[in-house]
Ligand binder design. Sequence first.
Ligand code: 4AD
Ligand code: MG
Length: 442
Amino acid sequence: MRPSLYIEDIFKNERQQSDAQTVAGKTVQLKGWVYNTRSSGKIKFLLLRDGTGILQCVLFPQNTAPEAMAIFDELTQECAIEVEGTLAAAPKSPGGWELQLKTMKLLSRAPDYPITPKEHGPAFLLDQRHLWIRSKMQHAILRIRSEVISATRQFFDDQGFVCFDAPIFTPNACEGTTNLFQVKYFEEQAFLTQSGQLYEEAGAMAFGKVYNFGPTFRAEKSKTRRHLTEFWMVEPEVAFMDLAGSMELAEDLMCHVVERVLKNRRPELVALERDITKLEAVKKPFPRLHYKEAAAILEKESKDNFKMGMDFGGGDETILASKFDRPVFVHGFPTAIKAFYMKEDPTDPTYTLSCDLLAPEGFGEIIGGGQREESIDVLMKKIGEHGLDPAVFNWYLDLRKYGSVPHAGFGMGVERCTAWICGTQHVRETIPFPRMLYRLTP
Ligand code: 4AD
Ligand code: MG
């Protein structure tokens, strides 16, 4: 047994305006949960939530069975119910439809549901995350997240990329050693992955173009609104692609993702009161700034004492992004502040062929990537300089030994990207169950 009709289907059919599918006057059965109830004289209203949408149900004493009228008086928020009624156009109801109830069954009760329409603080809501996800805003954010993921996969699948999953347990540090999660189980030292990139490089040499879509772990010591300790990243890697190619790919991906959300998740964006014109402005080409140009701006405007050669702070990223109406690439970061695998710029080895994509409106870095070092000698030197254990990189160095070619890729943080598209200030709301320095439950 499974539901044959969802609230979303009702609205979808109506949007498509197909006569055969039009729902006015149809009798339908729905199952779901009570979102809200109210009475106006003898007429009673309830908002039914089934996970796909919210539909207003109306109980008129002359149409609705007396048992249903009696059940209504017992309903509390989040009681599970089954209803049957006739659909009618109702321009003032959510979605433009209402269900005139004939019958109703109470499937299960929900006494003292802790999240009420009144304001709650973030700590309380995070403790109630397993229930909070039923609320309208959280529901909209997580649906948009799902759309971002599906659009991303479609983008790569349609271009013939192979989905190539990297392992979660790994002996290799990829993004420095300061935020590694150690795992005690294996004989060797093991960590939770910080990035699938090194394995994607192996994949690119085997399949030409691959992507990893998986969880990523960073033992972040700081609490910021942009950092999770567990987040999801999509990491494409392409053989014979250079930095410029990598930026074009990232630009195409972002345009595709934003377009899909605008097409399929407009009601959610509206529920979040997102300024949609800001998303509609996301069109190619995105501006590209060399690090030196970005640094020159920040030396004048930074509020965090930025100096040429330093990495950007969150505030710095916001200043740079505020100059543009669409995402902006900063490329060519100094070698001294970048990971060991970054290819040095042949015209000036103190800079790398790296790039970050900064989201507009202060949402920070959503993509990081660039071209990889393809020379085995340079890599061996860098591994030493970064204090990494060369023994665990033997397999990685083989990729440079056997048919090494230029290649590039990037990582897009799913939650950062979702936070920007939703206009949500804190990434903790863009993942079903956030993991942060002080948050492991629920
Ligand atoms: O810039 P990062 O660290 O790049 C890498 O890990 C590369 N190895 C990726 C690659 O080239 N294949 O991370 C990539 C993106 C960031 O731009 C950001 O969107 C997200 O991952 N990210 C985080 N998101 C949430 N919480 C954190 N702590 C994050 N750290 C990075
Ligand atoms: Mg980065």
